[in-house]
Design a protein around this ligand. Structure first.
Ligand code: 6GU
Length: 225
């Protein structure tokens, strides 16, 4: 998979994909993340990419020309399955969306700043608008990093233990059960006996019960979805 990200602060996206699982995905050739500096596509003086909004009011708007220059220049190289605009007024990102986007080949993400992008870009180029939650970030970059992480780890072959993504919280609308590792006793605090029983069927049953109990207590909304 290839993920291209258009940004006015490309430095913000330098580090998140250079570690751990996403780095391994890149090393294995399974995920290529490419950050594009929008300022390289403006024809305005001083690399201007934003301007005052028509109708007046506080806050700048990202101009249509640099964005369309960047999008169309990238489209000459490849066909995008989705062109995603990261915006707080988009549809809230969830595991189901991550699963479906992980099956695509080429994604283009556009990070908004200021008051957002000229509506005509949204009308004519964007295929999906996504928010990562009901709060406001100062730009779309951290949201793009969140999507890239959630999507990237689902690409087949990225996780070492293939079954690991399947038992994540949310993968079946249930939160994950508690987990324990060595030592067996720490300051007198033990671990549930069933986990030492060696009985895999019993252990699976216990984990499922714990998942249901956690979900009922913490996220009852998930059980009715
Ligand atoms: Cl995608 N962008 C911004 N600027 N703020 C957000 C967001 C995105 N999702 C939640 N808040």
């Amino acid at each position: 998979m290839r993920i291209d990200i258009i940004s006015v602060v490309p430095d913000l996206l330098a580090s998140p994909f250079s570690h751990s699982i996403l780095k391994r995905a890149n090393d294995k050739g399974l995920l290529q993340v490419n950050v594009i500096n929008l300022r390289e596509y403006t024809t305005y003086a001083r690399a201007q990419v934003d301007d005052y909004q028509f109708g007046g009011g506080a806050g700048m708007v990202m101009m249509i020309e640099p964005l369309v220059n960047a999008i169309e220049s990238l489209q000459r190289e490849r066909i995008y399955d989705e062109i995603i605009y990261l915006t707080p007024d988009g549809k809230t990102f969830d595991q189901k969306t991550a699963n479906s986007l992980s099956l695509k080949n080429n994604l283009l993400m556009i990070c908004g700043h200021y008051k957002g992008i000229d509506q005509r870009v949204r009308d004519h180029f964007i295929t999906r608008e996504i928010s990562i939650g009901d709060y406001v970030l100062s730009g779309g970059e951290l949201a793009a990093a969140v999507l890239t992480d959630a999507i990237g780890r689902l690409i087949p072959g990225v996780l070492n233990d293939e079954s690991s993504a399947l038992t994540d919280s949310f993968q079946d609308n249930l939160l994950a059960p508690p987990v324990y590792t060595r030592p067996e006793v720490f300051r007198g605090w033990g671990i549930p006996d069933v986990l030492k029983s060696g009985n895999h069927k019993l252990i699976e049953e216990w984990r499922h019960e714990q998942s249901v109990q956690r979900t009922t207590e913490r996220r009852p909304d998930l059980l009715s979805e």
